[in-house]
Structure formats: structure tokens, C-alpha cells
Design a protein around this ligand. Sequence first.
Ligand code: NDP
Ligand code: OXD
Length: 309
Amino acid sequence: MTLLYLSSPERSIIWREIFARQMPELTFIEGIEALNDAADVRYIATWDAPPDIAKTYPNLEVLLSVGAGVDQFDLSDLPENVNVIRMVTPGLAQMMGGYVTMGVLAMHRDLPRHAQQQQAQKWPSGPTVMTRQRRVGVLGLGLLGKAALTALAPFGFPLAGWSRALKDIDGVETFAGPDGLADFLTRTDILVCLLPLTDETRGILNADLFAALPKGARLVHAGRGEHLDHDALLAALDSGQLDGAVLDVTDPEPLPQGHPFWAHPKIILTPHIATFTDFEEGAICAVDSIRRHIAGLPIAGKVNRSKGY
Ligand code: NDP
Ligand code: OXD
């Protein structure tokens, strides 16, 4: 029973040790060069799937993403019997809660404008908006969307969320599906995107969506770069339809030199750091997922292949 590990050497120091301790029956192989027989491989842990995965690893049972997303995999390229599993760890959720809180508060308190004023050595104050007057809406109510809402709860923003299937979350107004999107957007002053990237969500942050938000709304985007139409965001910021954006993800990453987002006065850009899979938590999650797979038990991070997340 072999796990083929194809990720960074820093992560492998921790993973190797945890697998040796918690799953000694499994052979941990780091790198394709170290592999004697590809037919031994039952599990692969990686960010990018190796080419020709189905043909090369005929006995593969589980493809583990070392991150929270799986959009980097071509799911159509994998045999149906291969389970795709992503990281679901407490640290991922906790850190994202902190990032979204930071982004929402930065937008709520007009941080980009204050930063500009500091540069200009100016001290004017703007109108004060109370949190109860600023409605926050989260696109995506999975592990990370829910964590964001939990982190935001103490501040007093009216909260809402949108997902594919309707959810019941204490203190949160919920909306679902394409039919629920317009009503969700109409009541949202700060929009947070924590959707997975799928064929249905690619390009969702576009001119139509921005036009459906109240004038002067703001965006906090920590999903995937391909959710966002860059030109539409720039146009919405120029026209005042949107009044600010915090972006943790872009397409491509990093942006090319000279891209308008780098120096835009209304954009705060961070380099895909909203959250991170702690190596130790990731290894523990991987061991647990493999154990559950072997035992035929439900697995928290198991991807629904037809939905794509
Ligand atoms: P989950 O799979 O747990 O949750 C996804 C949520 O999105 C679910 O609530 C789902 O609805 C909803 N959703 C998916 N498709 C649609 C759709 N077509 N219409 C409406 N709702 C939809 O994902 P996580 O919360 O763990 O992660 C979300 C994303 O965050 C990742 O896929 C990745 O893109 C991003 N991410 C960003 C990081 C960063 O550092 N910036 C790090 C890690 C992840 P339902 O519940 O009804 O199925
Ligand atoms: C992830 C990410 O999916 O870093 O883990 O975005």
C-alpha cells in the first residue's frame, strides 16, 4: 500500500513523520523518481495531478489535494472509481475567518481612502456608517463561507449567505440557487466570494452581478481568480457602482507588471494568503481520509465529482 507524495520538501518532513507514526502500514514515497512500481500506488497527495494519471497509476484509489481546492485537477481525466479528497482542517477555516473579517472591516471602515489620505498628509473624516447599516453577504456556505460568517457574527453586520442548496444558519439570512441570487445581491453592501471554481461559477463576479448590487457596494474576493472579470471590476470601480475591493486571488497569479490592480486606489491586493493548510493538520487530515476510505466511512473532504467541488 503506497502513498506517492508529490509536494514540497518542507511539507514532506512533517507528513513523512506523521504517516510513519500514525499509519506505519503505508509506504510513503516522495517523488516519482523514488517509485519502483507505479502499480503499487493506491494514494497520491499533490497540488497538481501528474500527467496521464489513470494510465500511469492503474491501481490509484484516492487523489488527495494538499489544499482546500480541487479546481486545479481535471476531474474528467480521472476514472470514476478514484476518490478525490481535499483538505478540510480547523486551521484553514480559522484563518479564512480572520482574513474575511480583516477584508470586510477594511471595506466597511474605508481603509483604502484613509491610506490615500495618509500619503497626501490629509486628515479629513468621512461619514460614519454603523455595522448594523452595512449588510454583508457571503457567496458559498461551505467550510470557509460558514467560518467567515462565524467570525463576522460579533460585529453586528446584518449577514446573509448564498449557496447551491438552501442552508439554515443561525443569525444568517440564506438564499440559494440562481433564483435566489438577485435577492441576495440586492441586500448586500459588502460581498464576500468564497465559492469553489466550477463551470457554473467561473466568471460569476461580472458586470451583471456588480450591477445587481447596491451602488457603492464593496467586494472581498478570496475564492479563485477565474471567478472575477477584471475589466468589469475596473469599470464598476470607475463608475462608482463599486467603491472598493479586497482581492486575495487573481488570474493569473501573480498579475503581470503594470496590471491596473497593482496601484488602484480602491483595491487592496494580497498574494493568495487568505488561508493555508498547516502541514501538520494537513497530514492528520490525509491519514484520517485514507483510513476512512479504507473503512468505507464518510470522508469530510470527499469531492462530489459531478458537482466539481
Ligand atoms: P466547500 O466545498 O466546503 O463549499 C463550497 C460552497 O459553495 C458550498 O456552500 C456550495 O453550495 C457553494 N456553491 C458551489 N457551487 C455553487 C453554485 N453553482 N451556486 C451556488 N453555490 C455554490 O468549499 P470551501 O468552503 O472549503 O472552499 C471554498 C473555496 O475557497 C475553495 O474552493 C477555493 O476556491 C477557495 N479557497 C481560497 C483560499 C485562499 O487562500 N484564498 C484557500 C482555500 C480555498 P452547497 O453547500 O449548496 O453545495
Ligand atoms: C487552497 C488554496 O485551495 O491555497 O488550499 O487556495
